[in-house]
Design a binder for this molecule. Structure first.
Ligand code: GTP
Ligand code: MG
Length: 427
């Protein structure tokens, strides 16, 4: 779908002295988001103000300046970096006048999600988030929704629904939630099936545009769309991958993270974001050619924590090393450095080493043990075949000797067959 480029002004508010640099970066990113949504940045306006104005966020003098800028240059859209309340949007639109539309960063991100959602679940999640967040902000006083007619901040699967009467919105929200529940249940069933398969799961996570999809494409022939756009991927894709050792893993490409990802968006996309929480291990992909990668890692780790997905064995994949980032980046704690590998998902550089590291990752926390299974309990051998890497099986007169690499859980289940078993100390 092609949209005509909307000319837009970006607005940022700086509330503390130290914030200036942070705001500049955030506005740069907002410009990239706008570009991804098909808009064009005409100008950027910032204001230093200790306290946001409750009525219009920025002060009235600044609103006047904004109004003149927009109306004198045929600007159709204003995007605020900060979250706006429905009433702030109404006040701003009234004060600016003309037909200028005001949206915030969240609405812009949702708009991109609407453009990029492919699966039914993705589309329903977007529509629900739009109904809950965007719609109340669009159905303000004096606004005739049927005249909005597309454009940034109004399009997507929910577009036609947004036009319907407000009274119907509640019903639609309910219906969507019910439909999503069914899909979530399917997702859970699929997850359970994957769990039963005993194949370890690695989630590929990281900041948007880091190269997650390119990496999965490089390792498997997943054929996922990878492009220089933010949030190119919305729907998780899982592929089985055979390591050089012959072991299989399930690799899942996930939706990217971004700073200031609003809580309601996390909530709306919970079931897809949860792919990371259910993984056995994580590969965090970083774009080391981006000077912001350290901050991006912080955002990523923070969001993983929020999702309850932190603390898993993690491999840090320093991607885009073909672009010549100088040396290893500084990514915090020294212990982390052992688990990192520099690659280029685009050229294939470093992928061999990545595979070795992935192998280590899969074996993190696992031990190699020889289990002594009495012949009459041969069924236990099946448990090992299903849940561990069986390396050798030897049959003697009374028992089966099985050498297998097991994780802590399976080791516990099979403890009676391990003569060296020591009961772990209570914490
Ligand atoms: N030079 C270079 N570019 C890369 C590399 N890996 C990915 N890219 C490019 O970076 C852009 C983003 O790649 P994607 O794989 O779509 O990134 P992603 O992390 O999946 O991004 P989202 O799905 O949007 O969150 C694309 O234009 C890729 O071609 C790399 O190793 N080197
Ligand atoms: Mg992607």
């Amino acid at each position: 779908m092609e949209y005509k480029k909307s000319k837009a002004v970006l607005v940022g508010l700086c509330t503390g002295e130290d914030d200036a640099e942070e705001l500049e970066k955030s506005l740069c990113e907002l410009e990239r988001l706008l570009d991804t949504a098909g808009g064009e940045c005409f100008a950027t306006l910032t204001q230093n103000k200790d306290k946001p104005d409750p009525r219009t966020l920025i002060g009235s003098g600044k609103v006047e300046e904004l109004s003149q800028l927009c109306r004198g240059n045929n600007v159709e859209l204003v995007v605020f970096d900060e979250e706006l309340s429905p009433s702030q949007i109404r006040n701003l639109e009234d004060d600016i006048g003309g037909d200028v539309r005001v949206i915030d960063r969240s609405m812009l991100i949702l708009d991109i999600f609407a453009l990029h959602a492919v699966t039914k679940e993705g589309k329903l999640q977007v529509e629900l988030a739009q109904l809950k967040y965007t719609a109340p902000r669009l159905t303000g006083q004096g606004k005739d929704l049927s005249r909005l007619g597309g454009g940034i901040g109004t399009r997507g699967p929910g577009e036609s629904k947004l036009e319907s009467d407000r009274r119907h919105m509640k019903h639609r929200i309910y219906a969507l939630e019910e439909e999503l529940k069914v899909l979530e249940k399917n997702r859970r069933t699929m997850r359970a099936a994957r769990d039963r398969s005993g194949i370890p799961k690695i989630a590929i996570v990281g900041y948007t545009n880091a190269g997650k999809s390119t990496l999965l494409n490089r390792l498997t022939d997943a054929g996922i769309l990878a492009e220089d756009k933010l949030f190119a991927t919305l729907d998780p894709t899982t592929r089985k991958f055979e390591m050089p050792s012959g072991e299989s893993v399930l690799l899942t490409d996930t939706v990217g993270f971004i700073r200031k990802l609003p809580h309601h968006l996390i909530k709306a996309f919970r079931s897809t974001l949860d792919e990371a929480s259910f993984a056995d291990a994580l590969m965090i992909v970083l774009d080391v050619s981006d000077p912001e990668h350290t901050a991006q890692l912080e955002v990523t780790e923070h969001l993983l924590e929020e999702l309850g997905a932190s603390g898993k064995p993690t491999l840090y994949v320093l991607n885009k090393c073909d672009l010549g980032a100088a040396g290893l980046p500084n990514i915090g704690v020294p212990a982390v450095r052992e688990n990192l590998v520099a690659v280029s998902a685009r050229t294939g550089q470093g992928i061999d080493l990545l595979l070795e590291k992935m192998q280590e990752l899969m074996h993190a926390g696992k031990v190699r043990k020889v289990f002594h299974i009495p012949n009459r309990e041969a069924g236990a051998l099946n448990t090992l075949y299903q849940n561990a890497t069986v390396e050798n099986v030897e049959y003697t007169a009374e028992e089966i000797l099985v050498t297998a690499v097991v994780d802590a859980k399976i080791h516990g289940m099979m403890k009676k067959y391990d003569p060296d078993w020591v009961e772990p100390e209570e914490e």
